[in-house]
Ligand binder design. Structure first.
Ligand SMILES: *Cc1c(COP(=O)(O)O)cnc(C)c1O
Length: 400
């Protein structure tokens, strides 16, 4: 479909990235299983070589560079979030590392939000550092005062909002504006909100990252990453992802595109149920604090309301202090909230988190144990029943 900006998100979700006229009228694009692409003449072959060298990747040349299935998914997310083109990677972390490597070289300074997704922090501290990049973490609550941290060699500012595990909301427009005036590239992990809940490029960010593994695919059955880029920053990210050998599998790309069709319905449900569960938790004596910007009482609520179009089903819970045994008793036998990393699928998940071990610029102030809950599409009354049972187990273990 040619992107038509008269259409709203709900309509784009049903139509973007599809062109039935090109596929015998068939509603969905086909899955191209591909390594080799054949060229009719030497002239055609040489033409794609020239295109590759200049970064004008319009045709299809080899499986690693993507197929029409890949383009369909990329076009769909660009229609939803704006931007010029998207780059597909084999997983979310691949999209993150490709975007960082695209703009950083030896001697450069990277500013990364302190509460970033753990494996992205690991990549910066252990891989980028090895190649001579200086990595500095910053307080997620800075706004335009980020400029005080800029050095002549600052090349990239990396954001994630709300932050992994602790859910602080960042002032993305203020930070992006400060970076823009200094020619610093901004990369933001937008996985939490999905393309429904936040549009980073509309707030001045250059590259928006999604672990499509999470909400975009929505069914806990594939790994995929996307980097949505503005025009100036597309070619470096595309070339780096290609040079590093990142590409998505054809069936995973197809399933992500299929998942995307219901993203709007799922996000509305995740948000509504998460709010119900979060409000119930707030009233519980076992709970010190719920970390969810969609709650009016959350310190990030005003910023979230100003900039975001929606929330997701993922939030943090700070419990009042209890023993490790009691916490395990609470989480070990949940009927619905199963223990697992990841989130964004249709099902509910829980995981104990340890945010203080992943911070350096702004220490985590929480005292009790923290959890991360993903509220799936189940009936929220059943999820509350499951949590009620879990608190009963916690109380029994504390009393024993
Ligand atoms: C899961 C996740 C990633 C990484 O995605 P993978 O597909 O698992 O590599 C990146 N950012 C956030 C916020 C995530 O939750």
């Amino acid at each position: 479909m040619t992107t038509d900006n008269r259409f709203s998100t709900a309509t784009l979700l049903a139509h973007a990235g599809r062109d039935p006229d090109r596929h015998h009228g068939i509603v969905n694009p086909p899955v191209y299983h591909c390594s080799t692409v054949l060229f009719p003449t030497v002239d055609h072959l040489l033409e794609t070589r020239r295109d590759r060298a200049s970064g004008a990747y319009e045709g299809f040349t080899y499986g690693r560079e993507g197929t029409p299935t890949t383009r369909a998914l990329e076009d769909a997310v660009v229609a939803l979030e704006g931007g010029y083109r998207a780059v597909t990677a084999s997983c979310g972390l691949g999209a993150i590392s490709a975007a960082l490597m695209a703009f950083l070289k030896t001697g450069d300074h990277l500013l990364m939000v302190d509460s970033v997704y753990g494996p992205a922090r690991y990549f910066a501290e252990n891989v980028l550092v090895k190649f001579g990049v200086t990595v500095e973490f910053f307080d997620p609550l800075v706004a335009d005062s980020i400029a005080t941290l800029f050095r002549p060699e600052t090349r990239v500012v990396y954001l994630e909002s709300p932050c992994s595990l602790t859910f602080e909301v960042m002032d993305v427009p203020a930070i992006a504006a400060a970076c823009r005036s200094r020619g610093i590239v901004t990369i933001m992990d937008n996985t939490w909100a999905s393309p429904i809940g936040f549009k980073p490029l509309a707030h001045g960010v250059n590259v928006s990252i999604h672990a499509a593994t999470k909400y975009i695919s929505g069914h806990s059955d594939l790994m995929l990453g996307l980097a949505i880029c503005d025009e100036e920053h597309f070619i470096p990210v595309k070339q780096t992802a290609s040079a590093a050998g990142y590409c998505g599998g054809p069936d995973d790309i197809y399933m992500a595109l299929r998942g995307l069709r219901t993203l709007g319905l799922r996000m509305a449900r995740h948000q509504a149920s998460a709010l119900t569960v979060a409000r119930w938790l707030q009233a519980r004596p076992e709970v010190e604090r719920v970390l969810y910007p969609a709650l009016e009482s959350d310190p990030g609520h005003a910023l979230w309301k100003r900039d975001f179009l929606g929330a997701s089903g993922l939030f943090g819970v700070v419990l009042n202090p209890c023993s490790a045994i009691a916490l395990a008793a609470m989480l070990d036998h949940m009927a619905l909230f199963k223990l697992g990393y990841s989130w964004g699928g249709f099902e509910s998940l829980a995981v104990p988190t340890y945010p203080s071990t992943l911070r350096s610029a702004r220490p985590w102030a929480g005292t009790g144990p923290t959890l991360r809950l993903h509220v799936g599409i189940e009936d929220p009354a059943d999820l509350i029943m499951d949590l009620e049972d879990s608190f009963a187990r916690l109380a029994r273990a504390e009393a024993a």
